[in-house]
Design a protein. Sequence first.
Length: 103
Amino acid sequence: MADPMKIRAAMAGDKVEVKVLMSHEMETGQRKDAKGAVVPAWFIQNVTAQHNGKTVLSAEWGPAVSKNPFLAFRFSGGKPGDKVTITWTDNHGDTRTDEATIS
């Protein structure tokens, strides 16, 4: 199981600004280890953000995204005290879901 995501969600005027730091190795499948063996691909494929059960962001990623990716986005319709839930799934089928309260 991956480490928890660090999520901050705060009002920025009339929009909610969300910043997420995900913990993941994000291997491309093109790097070789010290013995010359290819390190298998292992990366986040799908990211979804929900606010009160409604999807506000959906993304498909590939192996070109860096290790421990950072994601920032804004959406309308939130208010302080609401929950924002972020979920990712990687190419091995592992999944992680965390949430934050809008401040």
